[in-house]
Write a protein that binds this ligand. Structure first.
Ligand code: FES
Ligand SMILES: [Fe+2]
Length: 420
């Protein structure tokens, strides 16, 4: 459990909150590159702040406050022109660094006195990252997929109707794979091998360990024939998880590359305190992805960023499907399973952590909360929190391992010859 005070500290991320200051100390994904056309601004809401993203004359993403400083018209209706974003009401022109470049109706312009909210951005791996914090931004994270050709990387996002933290806590909860994501038979499973291994041992050993980027989790399940199924997954401060063993290639298209030749990352980024975006990125180092297959497999029945399943329609849970197909009865898609479980944690949309009863399988959740609370304190005290890196500091993410391994049973030691 968590005290109500600490729960509030971690789940409230709007402007002026300690939790919000902590989350803003990191570069955060705020859009997919493919959402942002050359001349069409995109409304973005992040950390309870209304923003607008547009591409400048050089095609670089720029993120500024959504409401025009003149009379607060929504700039997502604006025109991308003259190196900035021009408001459709009276034609003021705003630049990506928050300056007003033009006030065409003013005979005595006062544009130099205007300072509009503006946040630094960069684009990599199909995502647009922004820094919404105070002071100089930290060094950009050194994710391996930044250096890959876009053919090897897929990025998407799914809307979640709950607070960011319960979404992300699912990333550090390996035991739920044995239940929430279980199919009732191998023929029904999207990933029969994974289904066999997760279902074969529902009480894994789970060891969380603090690292320079956040937390590593080693999960060991018993596997057929005395083997061990070992998964190394991670929490990257403050709201990202990484996992391997994700089927990325259509089995009908031939043998897939080694399952440790790529992995998946999930960021849970607050829209406000009651909703968030789950950004998902998946990459493979060895083979270009079939993006149609990945989209179908991950987002399945909903091809938009919003699922048709929600609390109002009881997530379309199907009792007949629960008898024949899957444990949870909301289709074959893991994303829908996770969305359901985290959206219905009580009383919603923010889980009341003071009412929980945590067990040994929840040790990663407990450690992650401690790391996040420490980070809130660090930022409040003016220190860089864990995994905010400055130039010259070691690259923590370089030490991150993401692995799935089936270890064979130990060989029998030879019989000792009887003493003579
Ligand atoms: S409201 Fe934007 S220019 Fe007047
Ligand atoms: Fe899950």
């Amino acid at each position: 459990m968590l005290s109500t005070t600490d729960n509030e500290l971690l789940t409230r991320t709007g402007p002026g909150t300690p939790g919000g200051a902590m989350m803003r100390a990191y570069w955060q994904p705020v859009a997919l590159s493919r959402e942002l056309e050359a001349d069409v601004p995109l409304a973005v809401r992040a950390f309870s702040e209304d923003l607008v993203l547009f591409r400048d004359g050089a095609g670089k993403p720029q993120l500024i406050g959504r409401y025009c400083p003149h009379r607060l018209v929504d700039l997502s209706y604006g025109r991308v022109e003259d190196g900035g974003l021009r408001c459709i009401y009276h034609g003021w022109l705003l630049s990506g660094d928050g300056r007003c470049l033009d006030q065409p109706g003013e005979r005595t312009p006062f544009k130099d006195r205007i300072r509009h909210p503006a946040y630094p951005c960069f684009e990599a791996g199909g995502l647009v990252f922004a820094y919404l914090g105070a002071g100089a931004p930290p060094r950009r994270p050194q994710y391996e997929f930044f250096a890959l050709d876009p053919k090897y990387v897929w990025a998407g996002k799914l809307h979640h109707d709950c607070n960011w933290l319960q979404g992300h806590e699912g990333n550090v909860d390996p035991q739920h794979l044995s239940y929430l994501h279980r199919y009732l038979s191998q023929t029904e499973a999207l990933d029969p091998k994974g289904n066999l291994l997760f279902g074969g041992d529902v009480a894994p050993s789970i060891e969380p360990e603090e690292t320079a980027y956040g937390m590593r989790i080693k999960t060991v399940r018993g596997a057929p024939g005395g083997a061990k199924y070992v998964r190394i997954t991670n929490h990257m401060m403050p709201n990202c998880g990484s996992f391997g063993g994700v089927p990325m290639f259509d089995p009908a298209a031939g043998p897939a590359p080694d399952e440790n030749s790529g992995y998946q990352l999930h960021w849970h980024v607050p829209i406000d305190d009651g909703t968030h975006w789950k950004y998902t990125l998946l990459f493979n180092r060895e083979r270009a992805l079939d993006k149609g297959f990945v989209t179908d497999r991950l987002f399945g029945e909903q091809k938009s960023f919003y699922s048709r399943r929600n609390r109002a329609n009881h997530h379309l849970q199907d009792r007949d499907e629960m008898r024949r197909v899957s444990f949870v009865g909301v289709g074959r898609n893991f994303f829908d399973h996770d969305k359901l479980a985290t959206e219905v944690q009580g009383p919603g949309p923010i889980l009341d952590r003071s009412q929980e009863h945590l067990g040994t399988t929840d040790r990663p959740v407990m450690l992650m909360r401690r790391l996040l609370l420490q980070a809130v304190k660090d930022v409040a005290d003016g220190r860089d929190p864990l995994f905010v890196e400055r130039d010259g500091a070691p690259d923590a993410i370089a030490g991150m391992r993401v692995e799935v391994v089936v270890e064979p049973p130990p060989a029998k030691s030879p019989e000792l010859a009887p003493a003579k």
